[in-house]
Design a binder for this molecule. Structure first.
Ligand code: NAP
Length: 438
């Protein structure tokens, strides 16, 4: 009898789970899904905003994939450290890299490394209860902040601004850990600025997410009118652009109200961050469109007092030893998902940080089709090693599906104590300990 194909998937976010599901669906393959964290689902757990309940519920759909025969979870094992890609390639017929884009892009301006200037990945990870988040920093620093700014006009910038702007009551039903709730509630925040170097018509945020900013309970919108006029030109989708501009314009006619203020600034880019030991100011300059749609400096400079500055200018992937990587794009070098026969990629590490969660299904399908075509053509190298022996020889505390299910149960039980569906457990040692009960 011909044995099933053996595939390792590296990363249990949506693209990895969709690829694994497709491979095991008709019994054609056995798949091991690796993740460096003790829990699966990547950005669905640690990136999607905790108050976006319906998007977060995709977890339940992904969770059902574990019920299919032929799939295993190997959590708490880091590929590139605990086990190398080359070793996986010896143990499996094929390896699919789906580990996403977890690094921040930098602005490249003076003062960016000052305390209080952080990447969105760090802040988002912290408020989602990521075990590697810098808890000490956020818990001690945020309560000292009264003015914050977010750079970028994408959906992540909107998430960050909204989470900062919401009241404790508005965040109550989320699965945020207690330390996150307490810290956010302790912030004496008065002003949040969103800074975009182009206009609202060129923003990458989606209209639904943008509208939510106007629905905040205790936060007034303040729109700087500069840049609103440049709306129509150079936007890629005129229909979406027009809608987004309309939403922003509608906020201009609102009567002033009390509470926090969320300021929207367009044609504004940061040129320096300043402060003594920590950020106290971001210096911004007005930009203007050139005739061809590029951005030019106007020389007009403004100092904005802020103690907390979040770069939300996009994520980028990082390379793994032995895998062809393009440093400019922060993605692996691939064609239709094939890096080379036997080694594939899907999701953000393949195409860059773009699209919605569903985009990863189509993307993973393309990669699986390429892999299966290589199998058909007899083009895969033969695997020679046993992964279980290799992993057990390294004394790793790998988490299985049963282990994840134990953590899942514990999070739901913890949630009932607070009258919510679940509360994220963020401490890695606790997660590992609970997983052994599974
Ligand atoms: P993004 O959509 O690429 O937005 C990045 C923003 O940063 C853009 O406004 C960009 O402006 C700006 N930017 C880039 N370099 C800059 C610089 N040097 N100075 C100033 N501004 C700069 O990235 P993202 O917000 O991180 O989102 C990543 C992906 O996740 C997107 O596909 C997004 O839709 C998705 N996502 C979706 C949701 C949701 O559906 N609810 C939530 C979160 C994230 P320019 O346009 O001028 O370059």
């Amino acid at each position: 009898m011909v044995r099933p194909l053996r595939v390792a998937v590296v990363g249990s976010g949506p693209s990895g789970m969709y690829a694994a599901s497709e491979l095991v669906s008709d019994g054609q393959a056995e798949v091991d899904v690796f993740d460096r964290l003790p829990v699966p689902f990547g950005l669905v757990r640690y990136g999607v905003a905790p108050d976006h309940f319906s998007i977060r519920s995709i977890r339940d759909t992904l969770d059902r994939i574990w019920d299919q025969p032929g799939i295993r979870f190997i959590g708490n094992v880091t590929v590139g450290t605990d086990v190398q890609v080359a070793e996986l390639r010896e143990a499996y017929d094929a390896v699919i890299l789906t580990y996403g884009a977890s690094a921040d892009r930098l602005l490249g301006i003076p003062g960016e490394s000052l305390t209080g200037c952080v990447g969105a990945t760090d802040f988002v990870a912290w408020y989602c209860g990521h075990p590697d988040a810098n808890r000490d920093f956020f818990e001690s620093y945020l309560p000292t902040v009264s003015h914050a700014a977010v750079i970028g006009l994408g959906n992540v910038a909107v998430d960050v601004a909204r989470i900062l702007a919401k009241t404790a009551e508005e965040l109550h039903a989320t699965d945020m850990p207690v330390h996150v709730r307490k810290t956010l509630a302790a912030m004496a925040l008065t002003d949040i600025h969103i800074l975009g170097r182009r206009g609202p018509a060129h923003a990458t945020w989606t209209t639904k997410e943008l509208r939510e900013l106007g629905e905040l309970e205790n936060c007034a919108m303040e729109v700087d009118p500069i840049g609103l006029e440049s709306e129509a030109a150079w936007s890629t989708d005129q229909r979406v652009a027009t809608r987004n501009v309309e939403v922003v314009r509608s906020w201009m006619d609102r009567p002033a109200s009390s509470g926090r203020k969320l300021h929207l600034h367009f044609l504004t880019r940061p040129i320096a961050v300043a402060g003594t030991n920590q950020v106290s100011m971001v210096q911004v300059e007005r930009t203007a469109f050139t005739q061809s749609g590029g951005l030019a400096s106007t020389g007009e400079v403004l100092d904005l007092p802020v103690e907390f500055l979040v770069r939300s200018i996009g994520y980028r992937g990082t390379g793994l030893p032995g895998v062809a990587f393009n440093d400019d794009s922060g993605t692996v070098v691939q064609n239709e998902g094939r890096i080379e026969p036997g080694l594939y990629a899907a999701g953000w590490i393949k195409r860059g940080p773009s699209g919605i969660i569903g985009t990863n299904k189509k993307d993973a399908s393309e990669t699986v089709a390429t892999l299966l075509a290589d199998v058909q053509a007899g083009g895969l190298p033969t695997s020679t090693n046993e992964i279980d022996e290799l992993l057990s020889s390294r004394n790793l505390e790998a988490v299985t599906i049963a282990g994840w299910r134990a953590i899942d149960r514990a999070e739901r039980e913890l949630g009932t104590q607070f009258g919510i569906d679940r509360m994220t457990i963020s401490d890695r040692a606790s997660m590992i300990e609970i997983s052994t009960l599974g």
